[in-house]
Design a protein around this ligand. Structure first.
Ligand code: GLU
Length: 176
């Protein structure tokens, strides 16, 4: 379990997030990723290895605008250390992004149910299952969707969630 830094406010948040997650680097991690919301769009950048690799990618692309966002360092528990498995993970419906430290113990059975409903997964992580579940339950209220999803989940976790349809909202939760 590594680190999450998230921000909702009025300032451009990319640098604030990166500075924050660097302070947590001592916890050890294998990859990192960031998401921000800007003009109703979700933007996601991921990098295997050091946070400096993420910074290099951000610099090369001119950075991410946005005053709502979150950054994550991962210590892989489900799925290898790959760009695809890096957080944030996104749903396939509502523009929802999730970062997560911890383990969703019942992810396999939830994944099966979601696959039966037509969702296609791209990563091996338990976290993508949570993102897809929140998206499946989303009916215009992100906080309610996160609460409903977490009622279905067992395990210990810290999460942060943003949604392109709710540009001024950040939902966080933890258990254990
Ligand atoms: N279980 C998640 C994964 O493997 C999160 C691991 C962590 O705590 O960073 O992606």
């Amino acid at each position: 379990m590594c680190g999450i830094v998230a921000y909702v406010g009025s300032k451009p948040c990319q640098n604030l997030l990166i500075e924050g997650i660097k302070r947590l680097e001592y916890r050890g991690y294998d990859s990192s990723g960031i998401a921000t919301l800007h003009n109703g769009k979700l933007q996601v950048v991921k990098a295997v290895g050091r946070v400096s690799n993420l910074e290099d990618k951000l610099e090369a692309m001119g950075g991410l605008a946005g005053t709502v966002g979150m950054v994550h360092t991962r210590w892989a528990t489900h799925g290898g250390v790959t760009d695809v498995n890096c957080h944030p993970h996104i749903d396939d419906k509502a523009g929802i992004a999730v970062v997560h430290n911890g383990i969703i113990e019942n992810y396999a059975s939830l994944k099966k149910l979601l696959e039966e409903k037509g969702h296609a997964f791209h990563s091996q992580t338990d976290t993508e299952v949570l993102a897809m579940l929140i998206g499946e339950l989303y009916e215009g209220d992100l906080e309610a969707a996160v609460q409903a999803a977490l009622r279905e989940v067992t395990g210990a976790y810290a999460i942060a969630v943003i949604c392109a349809k709710e540009p001024n909202t950040l939902v966080v939760a933890r258990k254990g």
